[in-house]
Write a protein that binds this ligand. Structure first.
Ligand code: PBG
Length: 331
């Protein structure tokens, strides 16, 4: 790029001199339209419990979901993402509970669709909340079996669609799952159920608090590097996205968020598809603890979300969604 102008004729501080002019020239702004709130669900009745590794975030029993959904509605957050904390006794090698039509996710979808029909619901398709080993797929002869796993994932996706889920979000990183899920959804005439593919998901240390929140951390004895992506590389990124689009993805996710802004911007610049960023649990807890301990100013939250917008994300999955919606209202 050719740089035009120079000091003293040009003074870049002119456009920063007051709040109104900064607002006038601002290229990116956040509204609650940009936010997706993840919600953790637990068994029992009348339960709202804190999650130690994620200060400020709770697990809700299904009957208590309206407490948080009322906030979502009030702040006009378009969509929630549901995650179950499955008790150990319901976990097995195959993640069978994923296909139980009375599991926590199914019950939650039904309740939310009944009481909050205008809130979008997104559900992960992956087995990790349900397996006794904490992996996203099933293990055969010591390996995560791709093709057998996607058969189960397809059933999981169909079940969620049947319950009323709007957006199916495969987060497992098996090859070919978007195509088989789209085909199965269409066969059952779920033409309007969309697929938000976790297309680009790295094997990351930033998922720690989430694994704690859904109770898979203690179960997991190895990493997920045979299916989640290697963060040293660029070579598979476009194929991951391109394959998923060809297979029928409507939107793609990049995850984690903040340390992968380069990836968001590459996808944005090379594909015509909505790109969604996931500000994952580790990012949340770092920023939240930083603020609580007064190491960071509170504006760090908005600053982090704005980085995603600048990079090209159209919306952001973030545990800060309610907090942000409150903040932008008072601005
Ligand atoms: C599991 C899944 C994970 C997250 C969302 N879905 C964790 C993982 O892959 O181990 C992480 C979300 C977060 O850290 O906030 N399929």
């Amino acid at each position: 790029m050719k740089i035009i102008g120079s000091y003293p004729k040009t003074r870049l501080r002119r456009l920063r001199k007051s709040q109104w002019i900064r607002n006038l020239v601002s290229e990116n702004n956040i509204s609650s339209n940009d936010l997706i709130l993840p919600i953790f669900i637990r068994e029992g009745k009348n339960k709202i419990e804190s999650i130690k590794s994620m200060p400020g975030i709770k697990r809700y029993s299904v009957d208590k979901l309206p407490t948080i959904l009322n906030q979502v509605k009030k702040h006009k957050i378009p969509m929630v993402a549901l995650f179950p904390f499955t008790p150990d006794r319901k976990k097995d090698n195959y993640g069978s509970e994923a296909l139980n039509q009375n599991n926590l996710i199914c019950k939650s979808i039904k309740l939310i669709k009944k009481k909050f029909p205008n809130v979008g619901i997104m559900c992960d398709v992956a087995l990790d909340p349900y397996t006794s080993h904490g992996h996203d797929g099933i293990i055969i002869n010591g390996k995560i079996d791709n093709d057998k796993t996607i058969k189960i994932l397809t059933k999981q996706a169909l079940l969620n669609a049947k319950m009323g889920c709007d957006v199916i979000a495969p987060s497992d990183m098996m090859d070919g799952r978007v195509g088989v899920i789209r085909k199965a959804l269409d066969k059952e005439k779920y033409y309007d159920v969309s697929i938000l593919s976790y297309a680009v998901k790295y094997a990351s240390s930033f998922y720690g608090p989430f694994r704690d929140a859904i109770g898979s951390k203690a179960k997991l004895k190895s990493d997920k590097k045979t299916y989640q992506m290697d963060y040293r590389n660029n070579f598979d990124l476009f194929r991951e996205v391109g394959f998923d689009i060809k297979e029928g993805a409507d939107m793609v996710m990049v995850k984690p968020g903040l340390v992968y802004l380069d990836i968001i911007s590459k996808i944005k610049n090379n594909f015509n598809i909505p790109v969604i960023a996931y500000q994952v649990s580790g990012e949340y807890s770092l920023i939240k603890n930083g603020i609580d301990q007064k190491l960071l100013g509170e504006e760090a939250i908005i600053e982090s979300i704005m980085a995603f917008k600048r990079a090209g994300a159209c919306s952001i999955v973030t545990y800060f969604a309610i907090e942000i919606a409150k903040k932008i209202k008072t601005n």
